[in-house]
Write a protein that binds this ligand. Structure first.
Ligand SMILES: [Zn+2]
Ligand SMILES: [Zn+2]
Length: 130
């Protein structure tokens, strides 16, 4: 019984954290929640995120640069911008005109999946200038 209530509590904390951050890996979640829950293990976090994805409470975002899975609080289909300097990831909604232009460029192929745009985020650009 105790395990069930504890998992539920953790599960809520995981969801709250991912919602607040937008995107997070298991490692991000573990690091952040360990402060409040010192006995939280990597295995538990892993199990919770897997179940949340299975239940449609979290979506999968593009993988982190180190290849680990990244979870997304935004459940609507959307595209992403990933910074290649920091591991920053943000949601983008690409204009349909841009998608049309891309599809035309692809000779009429239809884009049905997510796009991942890579670049240098504002923070990293500012850091380089100073
Ligand atoms: Zn960056
Ligand atoms: Zn996203």
């Amino acid at each position: 019984m105790q395990t069930i209530t504890r998992t539920t509590k953790y599960s809520q904390a995981v969801q709250d954290f991912v919602r607040a951050k937008g995107h997070a890996t298991n490692a991000d979640i573990l690091q952040a929640l360990r402060q409040a829950y010192p006995d939280l293990s990597a295995t538990t976090v892993h199990r919770i995120t897997a179940r949340l994805v299975e239940h449609g409470e979290l979506a999968l975002a593009p993988n982190a640069p180190d290849g680990s899975a990244r979870f997304d609080a935004n459940l609507d289909p959307h595209d992403h911008f990933a910074c290649s300097h920091c591991s920053g990831l943000r949601d983008v909604k690409l204009d349909h005109r841009l998608l049309n232009a891309l599809e035309q460029d692809l000779g009429g192929c239809k884009i049905t999946g997510q796009l991942l745009v890579q670049g240098s985020c504002v923070n990293c650009q500012n850091r380089r200038e100073t």
